[in-house]
Design a protein around this ligand. Structure first.
Ligand SMILES: O=C(O)C(=O)C[C@]1(C(=O)O)C=C[C@@H](O)C=C1
Length: 275
């Protein structure tokens, strides 16, 4: 039986395109209209794995997703970087000047902020998913309304592209995480990246001491993200991604970090896909 893979959004969404690419179409996708539902269904094993966007090169990190991975004890088992091509689409026979409202996922709207500055008459409305917004326009036959979504969504739901590649910077890309409920097995593949989470006190030098351990253990930091600990105002959790040559270097760093930080958690060890 095909693996069940959770995605945020419906067919034609960027998550769907990534799932098709990453798993070579060999999966049954489970559509979810929120990241929370995606995490919940994976944690309760209704899906086997899931694809979750974590950061876009224009719009930045999707911060609540760090909390979902941590709270639902999900494991990062892979990553996938993909170019993201945003397009304005509507029912056939209209011009941009006819459009009054545009629906899309908030991350997608952020990626197209510059484009919409030229059309102040258009009201931007945040929606659950790019492709779902496109499908709704098509199903309900809505005129004067458009969606921002992928060219695949325009094709699937029979909409016309009024403006193509409307994202602010041409090299727009999103990093997606591949999630499971158990630690990734190596199966002969070199696992050379890890994601960690820990809490730090505000003592002088606490963060720099951690960074020094990473450097001394030959780990390269590719991302650091802090998030507030909600029941301890002004205290922070740190989420870091590191890449390494030798697993022993990573294990050594973890054993030292356990002593220097609070609540150290390995969120996943997986293959680095950033070239
Ligand atoms: O709405 C979609 O199509 C999605 O897959 C969501 C999402 C996101 O969450 O960032 C995925 C990639 C793009 O960066 C924009 C939107």
């Amino acid at each position: 039986m095909n693996k069940k893979v959770g995605i945020q959004g419906i067919k034609g969404s960027f998550h769907h395109l990534v799932a098709m690419d990453y798993y070579h179409k060999d999966v049954s996708v489970m559509e979810h209209l929120s990241f929370h539902e995606l995490a919940q269904k994976l944690a309760s094993k209704e899906s086997d794995e899931a694809v979750m966007a974590i950061e876009n090169s224009i719009a930045g990190s999707i911060l609540p997703n760090y909390t979902l991975i941590d709270e639902y004890d999900l494991s990062i088992i892979g990553e996938h970087y993909t170019p993201v091509n945003m397009n304005l689409m509507a029912l056939k026979g209209q011009k941009i000047e006819d459009i009054k409202k545009v629906f899309s996922h908030p991350m997608a709207l952020l990626q197209c902020k510059e484009f919409f500055k030229k059309y102040p008459h258009i009201k931007l409305i945040e929606d659950a998913d790019t492709a779902e917004a496109a499908k709704r326009i098509s199903d309900k036959g809505k005129m004067k309304v458009a969606a921002v979504a992928s060219p695949a969504a325009a094709e699937m739901y029979g909409l016309e592209i009024l403006a193509k590649e409307i994202h602010t910077i041409k090299s727009n890309a999103t990093r997606f995480l591949i999630l499971g409920t158990e630690r990734q097995k190596s199966n002969g593949v070199k696992l050379d990246k890890a994601s960690l989470k820990f809490d730090l006190s505000s003592d002088r030098g606490s963060l720099v001491s951690v960074l020094n351990i990473l450097r001394d253990s030959f780990l390269s930091l590719t991302k650091i993200q802090s998030l507030p600990i909600i029941d301890e105002p002004w205290k922070y959790s740190f989420f870091v991604d590191v890449i390494f040559e030798k697993p022993q270097d990573f294990e050594k760093a973890v054993s030292v970090l356990k002593l220097m930080t609070e609540e150290l958690k390995i969120l996943g060890i997986y293959k680095n896909n950033l070239s």
